[in-house]
Design a protein around this ligand. Structure first.
Ligand code: PAF
Length: 276
């Protein structure tokens, strides 16, 4: 695996390839990331991953400084997964001057849910993804469906700017008990880890209620809120939205259940597409 630390070095190395397939990450890689790398492999003529903890997408009180940085094991995992090129710039290499030119995604999508509770989050995400796209110039990029709204926001950005990049969604990778894999799961204590499965269980209960024909979506959401709150969680949202734009659905539209909730000091997110 070739490791490029700067944009010119990356571009020089990728010049020989016509169809890079790209998986951007912030490192601390788990099996979910590696599944995205494996999904990317047959889609291009070179598989590129990036590791960059992007300051722009963290609010001042969030975990930028403590975000787990696990360089050696990340490299080993990427090598084993068959990644060809790792782009791992430091902040100076990716942001040599303050990044004052930013991508502002459509607020109709990006100010909802995650964007509401983490203002500016999707500006940070879209700005770094646009910049990484400019560096790697991929023909295809794979993003996990666990960050459902992020995937939708990036798809919209790519469409609006007519970027010649196919955006592919990777299924959420779950532990045996159903917890969606996330770099932030490492923050959980043993007791919290045992409790954390309740987030996906609550989403499943919401999906089951919809499938069984319950029409009052607000009542389903309120019950889910109550369930998690009673167990000591602090939910930001537990909602049923239409898949097309994450707005409130009308009858018969394909739905997705989305959740973000804090367990102790760890904020977890998850979602479930509901097929009726
Ligand atoms: O999903 C992530 O890990 C990050 O938001 C991304 C897409 C790598 C941008 O920093």
């Amino acid at each position: 695996m070739h490791i490029a630390r700067t944009i010119p070095e990356l571009r020089e190395h990728l010049a020989a390839f016509r169809r890079p397939a790209f998986v951007p990450t912030m490192g601390n890689l788990h099996d979910g990331h590696l599944a995205l790398v494996k999904q990317a492999q047959p889609l291009g003529d070179v598989t590129v991953a990036s590791i960059f903890v992007n300051r722009l997408q963290f609010l001042p009180h969030e975990d930028f400084d403590t975000y787990p940085r696990t360089w050696d094991s990340d490299c080993e995992k990427l090598r084993t997964a068959g990644c060809d090129v790792l782009f791992a710039p430091d902040e100076k290499a990716l942001y040599p001057e303050p990044q004052t030119c930013k991508v502002h995604p459509d607020p109709a999508l990006a100010d909802l849910l995650e964007g509401h509770f983490r203002p500016g989050f999707f500006i940070g995400v879209c700005t770094v993804v646009m910049k990484l796209f400019s560096c790697v110039q991929p023909r295809v990029a794979v993003f996990g469906k666990k960050d459902y709204q992020q995937l939708m926001t990036i798809r919209h950005m790519v469409r609006q700017f007519a970027l010649p990049i196919e955006i592919v969604g990777g299924e959420t990778f779950r532990a045996a008990d159903g917890l969606a894999l996330s770099s932030r799961n490492g923050y959980l204590s043993e007791a919290e880890r045992a409790e954390a499965v309740q987030l996906s269980k609550t989403l499943q209960a919401m999906a089951a209620a919809v499938r069984e024909g319950e029409r009052d979506l607000a009542a389903i959401e309120a019950r889910a809120m109550q369930t998690l709150t009673a167990r000591g969680w602090q939910p930001d949202y537990l909602v049923l939205r239409r898949r097309a734009d994450l707005l409130a659905p009308s009858a018969g539209e394909p739905l997705v259940a989305l959740a973000a909730a804090r367990l102790g000091s760890t904020r977890l997110i998850d979602n479930l597409e509901i097929d009726v």
